[in-house]
Design a protein around this ligand. Sequence first.
Ligand SMILES: Nc1nc2c(ncn2[C@@H]2O[C@H](COP(=O)(O)OP(=O)(O)O)[C@@H](O)[C@H]2O)c(=O)[nH]1
Ligand SMILES: [Mg+2]
Length: 353
Amino acid sequence: MFKALKEKLFSARKKLEHSIEETAHEPEGTHEELPDTSGSSPKTEAEKIAVVSSEKKISPKFTDKIVSFVRDREFIISEKDVGEILDELEMGLLESDVAFSVTEAILSRIKSDLTGSKRKIGISVDSIVRDALSDALLSVLGEGVDICSFIKEHERPVKVLFTGVNGTGKTTSIAKVTRYLQNNGFSVVLGAGDTFRAGAIEQIDVHGERLGVKVIQHQEGSDPTAVLFDTVEYARAHKIDVVLGDTAGRFHNRANLMNQLEKIRVIKPDLIVYVDEAVAGNDAVIRAEEFAKSVGMDAIMLTKVDMDPKGGAAISVAYAVGKPLIFIGTGQGYDDVMAFNPRNVVADLLGDA
Ligand SMILES: Nc1nc2c(ncn2[C@@H]2O[C@H](COP(=O)(O)OP(=O)(O)O)[C@@H](O)[C@H]2O)c(=O)[nH]1
Ligand SMILES: [Mg+2]
């Protein structure tokens, strides 16, 4: 996943490490000469410790003193040392479809984490760089949301509504989330709330049959609010944990469909999941902002991540609307869904997963 983004981050990470190794300097006025213990001239701090430690005639107390002296020395990383590489990273992020505002946020975080920072010699440069990149990415991805905990914390049935633009994968995602919830021990009922598009009711009905869950449906063209109302009633009567409601594809410039969605809110959804596709890149981010302003959303599901080598939308969308990514879709099968865990994603992006 996120091949382009990974490559850019990897390259920036290596260059930052190199540059810091080369140019980081000690704060002025703090440098003290190490005692000359051997007559030879060890170059690195590690060599100096080794020499000191290997001198049997030196008391352990003295060795401790030297080790702590070395460990406590500090280095300063200046903005000049890393500026060029951060400019390059900025280009790389933008090329990978990371939204501008998100790119700026990532860079300013890295800059403030790295520059002027005093590093203890006991901490390696690669861990300083890695931590700075990781903190910056986590700061834009935000905290995740765990659907299972969410369900447990809410009164049953928990009502989840899926919205978004046509063709982005809402209905398929509902089927995948059904499988995910079943695997986690929850019962599910589906509401065929897309009464607008020809064939939509049949499509969700087929998924319901394959997954062994009830699909509440009315006729094509009927009022989706009524369908979802009935679905909630069914869940109550049968003690079903979760209602997943489908909706017609909304174009953010089609007022009548948006109004219909406004009306659906009378079922009082616990969670509105906005669905969009990673392949839309920056468009997905712009659309999400539009939806957040008009209809509102509580979480985001990004589909077709398997078809998007860039990865920028996945990094950007949550920050752009200030809502968490809850799932990502990674293929066309029922099991091609991942609960979005920011820490795991950052570990994967930085190649530590
Ligand atoms: N490769 C891939 N295709 C997906 C994914 N999610 C959905 N699709 C496909 O996207 C198309 C539209 O999906 P659909 O659920 O009908 O979209 P809807 O109009 O928003 O309900 C279908 O061909 C799906 O199989 C995904 O995560 N990866
Ligand atoms: Mg659909």
